[in-house]
Design a protein around this ligand. Structure first.
Ligand SMILES: Cc1ncc(COP(=O)(O)O)c(C=O)c1O
Length: 381
């Protein structure tokens, strides 16, 4: 049957050039990008095998090792959002029948469960109420009980604002002979991470949060232990696009074509990482912590309550309890439409119960805290 097209090919269309409002993005991501990053994106693309671009890929690899504090040779950006890098860690490490133990303390732990299941893992979970984190002892018991091939944890649970401590977890994983896979989507660039010191084997992140870049090019890294598991596979990685045995040949010395990289996104990522290196990683982490503490103080000053216990709060993402009788969605809508400020609502168990406020990358600045809190106070009144 022939379909009737709404627009026929002889018609001309007059559309206004793209215009979007200038929003302050203080939700769970994306965050606003630094002007230098947007300028870098506006640079003419070169080819994906051009020596200049290959040099830029090398720079991205070195800078990603720096922000993650790792020496893993295969540390690259995946062309896609954080979920693509997440899927890359699972697709390359999980073989059908592998026991994968996932610590679920929020929405993104559940996404790991879903993905690992799709790759044929025997998925086991341990859970925590949303907003809490696992103790080392709880992880030890779960490893002893389940004897997994992989333990997967979310370092920074964006749905709750909680930071999972990772000191000692890598040693536990070695004791039980399993790999440690970590989600650092809401921590990279904004929260101290020491991948090698912590014994992390697989990690992924995104560009649009702590790195302050637009979304689309997502960090991925794999340790030599996890590489050995990948090399021992009997079947091919079930996902062609994310197969590190192929991608490694594009990012490594062979430079074999794999896919046409989104050149301008890689320009942006390179620039975002350059800005962090220029600021200094320690300084960048401290800035996030200081501005988050300022936010917490100002929110409490206007009578609001924070959801996560202070010791486990993320500096990048704060969950604020919506006061009784307040329509949280309506407040967020007013902030967006009348004041051009975006904040997030709750997900899953916390839907309707919290607002999520991000202070990430370029947006982690005291003037943004002042603008948000003053506006929120006025809107609530
Ligand atoms: C902790 C966590 N993991 C994974 C993702 C998925 O990333 P993306 O939305 O960029 O695909 C997100 C997104 O916010 C996240 O917060």
């Amino acid at each position: 049957m022939t379909q009737t097209l709404a627009i026929n090919n002889s018609q001309r269309l007059q559309l206004a050039p793209l215009k979007v409002p200038d929003r302050l993005l203080l939700g769970p991501g994306p965050s606003n990008a630094h002007p230098a990053i947007l300028q870098a994106m506006d640079t003419a693309p070169v080819g994906h095998l051009d020596p200049v671009f290959l040099g830029l890929m090398d720079e991205i690899q070195s800078l990603l090792r720096y922000v993650w504090q790792t020496n893993n040779p295969l540390t690259i950006a995946v062309s896609g959002t954080g979920s693509a890098a997440m899927e890359a860690t699972i697709a390359n490490s999980v073989e059908p029948g592998d026991v994968v133990l996932v610590g679920v303390m929020g929405y993104f732990g559940n996404r790991l469960v879903d993905m690992a299941g799709r790759y044929g893992a025997d998925v086991r979970t341990i859970t925590k109420p949303w907003g809490q984190v696992f103790t080392l002892e709880e992880l030890r018991i779960a490893l002893e009980t389940n004897r997994p091939a992989i333990l997967a944890l979310v370092h920074a649970e964006t749905s709750t604002g909680a930071r999972q401590p990772l000191e000692g977890v890598g040693e536990l994983c070695r004791e039980f002979g399993c790999l440690l896979l970590i989600d650092t989507v809401t921590s990279l660039g904004g929260v101290p991470i020491f991948l090698d010191e912590w014994g992390v084997d697989l990690a992924y992140s995104c560009s649009q949060k702590g790195l302050g870049c637009p979304p689309g090019a997502s960090p991925f890294t794999i340790s030599s232990r996890a590489m050995e598991k990948l090399q021992r596979r009997t079947a091919k990685v079930a996902n062609w696009y994310l197969d590190m045995t192929l991608l490694g040949k594009y990012w490594g010395p062979e430079r074999v074509y794999h896919h046409t990289a989104p050149i301008n996104l890689y320009y942006a990522l390179r620039e975002a990482l350059r800005l962090i290196a220029e600021e200094g990683l320690d300084h960048c982490w401290q800035r996030h912590q200081k501005n988050a503490e300022y936010l917490w103080e100002r929110l409490e000053d206007i009578g609001l309550t924070l959801h996560v216990e202070r010791a486990f709060r993320l500096p990048t993402l704060t969950t604020v309890r919506i006061p009784d009788g307040v329509d949280g969605k309506a407040i967020a809508r007013t902030l967006l439409t009348d004041y051009n400020i975006e904040i997030g609502g709750g997900l899953g168990e916390l839907a309707g119960k919290v607002w999520r406020i991000g202070l990430m990358g370029y947006n982690s600045r005291p003037e943004n805290v002042d603008r948000l809190v003053e506006t929120l106070k006025a809107v609530l009144a």
